[in-house]
Write a new protein. Structure first.
Length: 478
């Protein structure tokens, strides 16, 4: 049995470990430190829980599900099942979302704190006064052997002429609207922008998406971005790529957005504008410059492979260290930073098998390398692309939108990438993530039992498609 590491920083301060920030990374760091026997302090002046539970994953995904339920009332593929129209009751939907947020904030944050008597929460903003001291807004100074910064990130808007003066929605304010607008421009065609764009469109809003890059979800496999844009257009969204937004103005009757789509000059007149062009780390005003902590080009805290900053007593984790900004990455990083800070730098920050999800419908999920990324690393890829029409579960559900693309190393036959576009496709990505993490080969996937009429069976079929024409296989054929 592996023996738990021992805390090495006890003594020399009021606390062994101090967490600046109370989001997912901060809580994971505090809990791990407490489990190691440390005396822990946490300083957070905002709402506990950070982005995910309050204004990110939890509220957006429940609203997306509500919008999907509304969409399915009118649009489904089953004959004999009546479709009924009707306007959504937005205030009730929003209130239900708010209730879920409040419940999870209580159970997953406040109640968790109560379970750890060695963690002391200070509901105040903390700023660094030295490498081992944080000054609270009340004037009190907390001292600790090691400190971790987990101050998160905030929405960022590009410098578009007139945008700041006109005002705009971000993800948080969009989900808190008192009423649904009739029309909406979404600037940004990555995960947050597309999720909210489709959600509002399904609730009856006329939506236009403007993306600066040549395709939406540009960080994903090119086939995924191109296909997803077409699916969104088929639902009635106007999706434009290769866009330059020139100016945003606001009048008494709404907004005017002037933009170029390619070489064509266009104007969109809408009731509201939502900006979803990424997030930037919350590092300004925390005194990091006074203690020798280096920041990157976008204001993120620069860390090494152990999540240690350029000040050896200070670590950082979560969105404040930059992309990728996922809550599960923040929690992993927070616990890792605490362990490294308190027990010595033994574990490395490893994102080599990181799954990503965009909760559109169909959903996007991916892990590992695309075929182009593999070639750029000197790996000759084998590629298998399986349309969903070959997956029995998709046929039974009358929804064959999308595909599964697997990438393997031609030399070793190891799985090195998976790229999925499918309804409920987010539930399929964990298997290839494990395959990549464990170094599994194509045969390991094809020789594993996959229950019939599940989406996960599509992963086996996609692996079989490296060498077989799956159209010639019977159901459940090995």
């Amino acid at each position: 049995m592996t023996q738990a590491p021992s805390v090495i920083t006890r003594g020399g301060g009021e606390f062994d470990f101090l967490v600046v920030g109370g989001g997912s990374a901060g809580f994971a760091a505090a809990i791990r430190a407490a489990d190691l026997g440390a005396r822990v302090a946490m300083a957070e002046n905002g709402t506990l829980g950070g982005t995910c539970v309050n204004v990110g994953c939890v509220p957006s995904k429940t609203l997306i599900r509500a919008a999907e339920a509304q969409h399915r009332r009118v649009h489904h593929a089953f004959r004999g099942i009546p479709a009924t129209d009707g306007q959504p009751d937005w205030p009730t939907v929003r209130a239900e979302k708010d209730a879920l947020v409040a419940e999870l904030r209580q159970t997953k944050y406040w109640n968790v704190l109560r379970a750890y008597p060695s963690i002391t929460l200070f509901q105040e903003r903390g700023t660094f006064s030295s490498a081992r001291e944080v000054r609270l807004a009340s004037g009190r100074t907390l001292t600790a052997g090691k400190i971790v910064a987990t101050t998160g990130a905030s929405p960022w808007a590009p410098p578009i002429a007139g945008l700041a003066e006109a005002g705009y929605l971000d993800n948080a304010s969009a989900m808190a609207l008192e009423r649904i607008p009739q029309s909406l421009v979404v600037i940004g065609g990555s995960a947050v922008g597309l999720e909210l764009a489709q959600m509002f469109a399904r609730l009856g809003v006329r939506v236009t998406v403007l993306e600066a890059l040549p395709r939406v979800v540009a960080a994903e496999d090119a086939d995924i971005g191109n296909a997803l844009a077409d699916y969104l257009r088929s639902e009635g969204l106007d999706v434009y790529t290769d866009v330059r937004v020139d100016r945003v103005t606001r009048g008494s009757d709404g907004y005017e957005v002037q933009y170029h789509a390619g070489s064509a000059e266009r104007i969109a007149r809408v009731e509201r504008v939502l900006v979803a062009t990424g997030r930037r780390a919350n590092t300004a005003g925390f005194g990091l410059d006074k203690i020798g902590v280096t920041l990157g080009k976008k204001g993120e805290i620069v860390v090494d492979e152990f999540l240690q900053t350029t000040n050896p007593n200070v670590y950082a984790a979560g969105d404040v260290i930059g992309d990728p900004m996922f809550v599960y990455v923040a929690a992993y990083a927070g616990a890792l930073a605490a362990e490294n800070a308190l027990t010595g730098n033994a574990r490395r920050y490893d994102l080599s098998a990181l799954p990503k999800v965009t909760f559109t419908d169909p959903a996007v999920s991916s892990v590992g390398l695309t075929e182009d990324e593999a070639r750029a690393q000197g790996i000759e890829p084998l590629v298998s692309k399986l349309p969903l029409e070959h997956v029995p579960r998709a046929l039974a559900a009358h929804d064959t939108r999308g595909f599964i693309k697997l990438v393997a190393d031609a030399a070793t036959k190891k799985i090195i990438g998976a790229h999925i576009l499918a309804a409920e496709g987010e539930e399929m990505v964990t298997e290839p993530a494990l395959a990549i993490k464990l170094g599994l080969m194509i045969e390991d996937v094809t020789s594993t039992f996959h229950p019939y009429l599940t989406l996960s069976e599509g992963m086996k079929l996609a692996a079989q498609a490296f060498t077989k024409d799956v159209a010639t296989l019977s159901c459940c054929a090995a």
